[in-house]
Design a protein around this ligand. Structure first.
Ligand code: PLP
Length: 406
């Protein structure tokens, strides 16, 4: 039990993963960064790698370097898939943005079988928008997952798309039972792993999942705008066809044949030239997370969220806050959220004090707990600062600006 700041410091010293913080470039050690779930910090290895790719492979090698770059999307995809997704080699492709990958996967799923597209009402905006777009283009219904679950949907269902970790509260879904429920309706199960990958253990094959996608700039520390990934279970690959036909999926890519004839396997999900520099950067983040090991990451992450919960109850509950995440740390991923009616102004006041959480409309202070870079004292200092901002009403000075960002 942590009751003093010294207790938090002691945890930082004894934690098995504490040494990993020194593997990141952290120019301002005093900054309380509680946003590693949104943009992970910069690994030191990334700085060297980027310099090498730019100076040697691009500047010197020029177009000849494509010989080393050509398989990066599947090579890095396999590094990610086999270490962190529970995938087999040949099932994971680094490509595009998560939004675009969701479009490709939803389209392929809906083109494969009749029925509606199902998403959660409160799902991340892109996921909802893309599902709406695919439903509109293909003339299908878009259905919001009812509170009672899929049983309450009384039309045929083609695909159910959900998130493993809720983007606002950090709540972890039951992937196995959600997948089974979709498949019992004859639908494909698509999981968005954006906030989960690199933070909670994933076993896509073990859970029977059909399709998945996610980011690499969040817990994977792949850098701003890092390429996303998509995963298609091996046995489904021959049957499904993605909608963005491009030369990067073409059999004999440089033979420029007269008609689209995609390669077999996960490469068929590529469209255009991959972002080689960004991929190199993403690879270093993935490598570092894989080296730390997802089980140790998960263990530390639960200690961090447990501390946040305890401190919320001790310091914030009497100051108008409510815990918005699941109460049990076993059900929370790599971030938590606290509800307050003036959350936007509170976040602005915190940022002015060197504490950087996130605001999520309408009333959430979202607190990212990155297992490799967030210290226990960061949680202590961040929640203590939140209590201070509320007790002194320092947030009131930010109310007017807050109305403009909400
Ligand atoms: C972060 C996130 C995205 C981001 O998609 P981009 O295409 O990378 O902007 C999509 N979905 C979910 C659930 C996310 O958490």
């Amino acid at each position: 039990m942590v009751t003093t700041r010294a207790d938090a410091e002691a945890l930082d010293e004894s934690s098995p993963l504490a040494g990993f913080r020194s593997r990141f470039r952290i120019p301002d050690d005093g900054l309380v960064y509680l946003n590693g779930n949104s943009l992970g910090r910069l690994p030191l290895a990334t700085v060297d790698r980027l310099r090498r790719v730019v100076e040697e492979e691009w500047a010197r090698g020029l177009v000849r370097s494509w010989a080393t770059w050509i398989d990066d999307t599947t090579r890095v995809g396999d590094l990610l898939g086999t270490n962190l997704l529970g995938a087999r080699p040949g099932e994971t492709l680094m490509a595009d943005a998560t939004t675009v990958n969701l479009f490709k996967l939803l389209w392929a799923a809906a083109a494969d079988r009749p029925g509606a597209l199902v998403v959660e009402r409160d799902e991340f905006p892109s996921d909802r928008f893309v599902a709406e777009a695919v439903a509109t283009h293909l003339g299908r219904a878009l259905v919001h997952l009812p509170a009672g679950g899929l049983d309450a949907v009384d039309v045929p269902v083609a695909v159910v798309a959900r998130s493993v970790v809720d983007w606002r509260t950090g709540a972890i879904a039951d992937v196995q039972s959600g997948t089974a429920a979709a498949q019992a309706r004859g639908a494909l199960a698509l999981w968005d792993c954006s906030h989960a990958v690199g933070s909670v253990p994933l076993d896509l094959r073990g859970a029977g999942v059909d399709l998945a996608a996610g980011c690499s700039y969040k817990h994977l520390c792949g850098g701003p705008g890092a390429p996303a990934w998509l995963w298609v279970r091996e046995d489904l690959q021959p049957a499904l066809r993605q909608p963005v036909w491009g030369w990067w999926a073409q059999r004999g890519q440089f033979a420029t044949g007269p008609a689209y004839d995609p390669v077999d396997g996960i490469g068929a999900w590529a469209s255009g030239t991959p972002p080689v520099l960004a991929l190199a950067v993403a690879e270093e983040g993935i490598r570092l997370v894989a080296e730390a090991g997802i089980e140790d990451i998960r263990a530390r992450s639960q200690l961090l969220s447990g501390l946040a919960r305890d401190l919320h109850d001790q310091l914030l509950a009497d100051l108008g806050c409510a815990w918005a995440s699941p109460p049990e740390r076993e059900r929370v991923g790599g971030h938590v959220a606290v509800r307050h009616p003036h959350a936007a102004a509170v976040v602005l006041a915190l940022r002015a004090r060197g504490v950087v959480p996130d605001f999520r409309a309408p009333d959430l202070v979202r607190i990212g707990l990155h297992a490799l870079t967030t210290r226990f004292v960061d949680v202590w200092d961040g929640l203590a600062a939140t209590a201070e901002v509320l007790r002194t009403k320092a947030y009131e000075a930010h109310l007017e600006v807050a109305t403009r960002v909400t």
